[in-house]
Design a protein around this ligand. Structure first.
Ligand SMILES: [Zn+2]
Length: 142
């Protein structure tokens, strides 16, 4: 698993974002930077909670503020970290298998299966979204 650590204004780690690979980590940072560029000042400056960015999902507010300041979000590969709990990649929604200590093997299998189902649903929705965009484009061209 790859991790983007999120720091507050004094450099304390306050949050983190998880990815399956360095490619997803890099891609996600670029997506967030692109979307944040398009936000108006009013959308950025008066918000105290995390952001629900279009097509990206929930992004910690510190990340949005950093991107807004024009600072690059990607700070390099920080090594392969073992995930303590299985989770989904924030960029591609693939399952990242973790240690899941404390779960019996059958419980762990069930948990990972549930994550796979969520992952599949999310990827189907992404596909439906892309197909809709393509359909709209086609309608505009015709
Ligand atoms: Zn990924």
């Amino acid at each position: 698993m790859h991790i983007l650590f999120v720091e507050d204004h004094i450099g304390d780690v306050v949050d983190h974002v998880e990815f399956c690979s360095d490619v997803c980590h890099t891609q996600w940072c670029m997506w967030v930077e692109d979307v944040v560029k398009k936000l108006s000042s009013a959308e950025v400056e008066h918000k105290i909670t995390d952001y629900d960015l279009p097509e990206i999902g929930i992004v910690p507010r510190e990340v949005v503020i950093k991107a807004r300041q024009g600072k690059g979000l990607y700070e390099g590969w920080n090594g392969c970290n073992e995930a303590s709990t299985s989770t989904l990649c924030n960029a591609c929604d693939e399952v990242i298998e973790g240690l899941d200590e404390g779960l019996a093997p059958a419980e762990r299998d069930k948990f990972i299966q549930e994550l796979r189902e969520i992952s599949q649903r999310s990827q189907d929705e992404d596909e439906a979204y892309i197909l809709n965009v393509l359909y709209d484009l086609k309608c505009q061209i015709e």
